[in-house]
Design a protein around this ligand. Structure first.
Ligand code: ZN
Ligand code: ZN
Length: 146
């Protein structure tokens, strides 16, 4: 089965606003051409013609999955660092320590020391950041009032 060049006589133009198969064209895989032909077999090479896109459903599914993956990957990339911060700073130990510190008027140093006892083994920088955040959050409304 080889292309004998006859198919070029039946060559179909790309339709406007619709698909090739939708407008009745058929595809020969051997000749690698879309033709206007009623029969099931290629008039040129004799190979069975395609009347439908192959694996259309599969392709649509695949595309949907790829897009979903890409979207979730994007979401992960964007949100992961934020989620990590929130998770670390919102653990019960950290929260309670910070609340106690603010409520009882601990010094920042003491609060940092307490935070460092956390099972999370946070860095001193992380602890300082959390303390700063908590203390700043507390002092802000006062600053606005004043
Ligand atoms: Zn051909
Ligand atoms: Zn053919």
């Amino acid at each position: 089965m080889t292309c004998k060049g006859i198919c070029s006589r039946y060559k179909a133009q790309k339709p406007v606003g619709t698909g090739r198969y939708a407008s009745g064209q058929r595809r020969c895989q051997i000749c690698e051409i879309f033709i206007n032909w009623e029969g099931l077999w290629c008039p040129c090479c004799g190979y069975r013609l395609r009347t439908k896109p192959r694996n259309l459903k599969y392709k649509a599914k695949l595309r949907a999955r790829v897009e979903a993956d890409a979207a979730s990957l994007k979401a992960q990339t964007v949100e992961a660092p934020q989620v990590a911060t929130v998770a670390a700073s919102s653990s019960d130990f950290v929260k309670t320590t910070l609340e106690t510190a603010v409520a009882e008027g601990w010094t920042k140093t003491k609060t940092v020391e307490e935070l460092r006892k956390s099972e999370e083994r946070m860095t001193i920088k992380k602890a300082r950041d959390l303390v700063k955040e908590a203390f700043d959050a507390k002092s802000e409304p006062i600053a606005i009032k004043a």
